[in-house]
Design a protein around this ligand. Structure first.
Ligand code: NAD
Length: 356
């Protein structure tokens, strides 16, 4: 299979971790007889430094003419004083919008070898955690009408949460399809006891569930869901939710797995060009030292093979290689045992590639 991948390394550790993922992808290509062509493009602070914009037109064009987009991370203290519209993070938001990335998929899994890294008690972790958060990404309150003004002499502000049924159907289909490939359960997280928009989500999701008779559907209010994630995370398979609740719950679910350096993500596009990135940022505090954990980025590459290229066997080969490396006790500094040894970012990347 021949595929073109737009590679936007970004800033900070983005550069280091993406190189390790490409090392692993090259090994997959070699072993399974594929050809991955990388088209490099600048984004974030690196793009600002060269072009005075965090998302140059050329970068968007390269992304739009590729089969998938692979991103490191953007941002850093260096650009803290840049005017708000030109900050590195704005480049990423503009790229998400430009590619119509409406669904964010974040799997949160506790690896057997890393169980001790979870902040949860052993008896909870023992039951296993394997959750996929499916978050709506380009609608709702983050994109709704907003205003700050003075009303009768009092400072006032509002933000509007608004969804139409087509936006809900699109993301719900993603959740049900994903559940069919997993343990066949979808939990819609909302606030339907208060919000009209949540009531509409329930209605639309219930209607859609008729097309998926094998999938068990249940509903949970967001306040309860945030407790249940800590108390009994093994009850969840796919969590379907809106933009703002997904933002919060996906960070919560990622933390229960131990390290932010382990968690990949996929953002699904309405134009078919999906984007893959680790969930963490550019970690300026450890950038340039070759000590970052590249496993989240490597696992994002596995998601790319699965979701964009339909290469399930190759995706599993990467995931198994990561698991093997962990079982052998090869660790970066963020996941090492308290008194254990650790290896460099580039060393663990090589170790994963060698195990494919
Ligand atoms: P961060 O995720 O970059 O770092 C948080 C902490 O986790 C830091 O101590 C860091 O060293 C550690 N960490 C993160 N990734 C790691 C890895 N792979 N291996 C080992 N340790 C890791 O979040 P932050 O410090 O709040 O933000 C730093 C910059 O990143 C900011 O400019 C922020 O805007 C940006 N950011 C970008 C993205 C993105 O590009 N998608 C996401 C979040 C934050």
């Amino acid at each position: 299979m021949n595929k073109t991948i737009a590679v936007t390394k970004g800033d900070g550790i983005g550069v280091e971790i993406v190189d390790e993922a490409l090392k692993v992808l090259d090994r997959v290509a070699e072993k399974f007889g594929h050809k991955f062509e990388y088209k490099y493009a600048l984004i974030g602070g690196a793009a600002y430094d060269k072009y005075h914009t965090p998302l140059p037109e050329e970068t968007l064009e390269i992304c739009k003419s590729s089969d998938a987009v692979f991103l490191g991370a953007v941002g850093g203290d260096k650009w803290d004083s840049v005017e708000p519209d030109l900050r590195p993070e704005k480049g990423l938001l503009a790229l998400r919008k430009g590619l119509g990335l409406y669904a964010n998929l974040r799997p949160a899994t506790i690896y057997e070898a890393l169980k001790s890294a979870s902040p949860l008690k052993d008896y909870i972790v023992e039951k296993g955690v394997d959750i996929l958060v499916v978050r709506e990404l380009i609608g709702g309150i983050y994109f709704g009408d907003r205003k700050t003004y003075v009303e009768d002499g009092v400072r006032t502000a509002y933000d509007v949460e608004k969804y139409n049924e087509n936006e809900i159907k699109r993301i719900s289909k993603m959740a049900f399809d994903s559940a069919m490939k997993r343990r066949k359960k979808v939990t819609l997280v909302d606030k339907a006891n208060v919000l009209d928009s949540s009531k509409l989500w329930r209605e639309v999701v219930k209607e859609m569930s008729k097309d998926y008779p094998e999938v068990e559907l249940d509903f949970m209010y967001v306040d309860n869901a945030s407790m249940q994630l800590i108390k009994n995370p093994s009850q969840f398979d796919v969590i379907l939710t809106n933009n703002i609740f997904g933002d919060i719950l996906s960070d919560e679910s990622s933390q229960i797995t131990g390290s932010i350096g382990m968690l990949p993500s996929a953002s699904i596009s309405e134009i078919g060009i999906h984007m893959y990135e680790p969930i963490h940022g550019s970690a300026p505090d450890i950038a340039g030292q070759d000590i970052a954990n590249p496993l989240a980025t490597i696992l994002s590459a596995a998601m790319m093979l699965r979701y964009s290229f339909d290469l399930e066997e190759e995706a599993v080969a990467i995931e198994n290689a990561v698991e093997k490396v962990l079982e052998e006790g090869i660790r970066t500094i963020d996941i090492k045992e308290p008194k254990g040894e650790y290896v460099k970012c580039s060393e663990i990347g090589t170790a994963v590639a060698e195990r494919i």
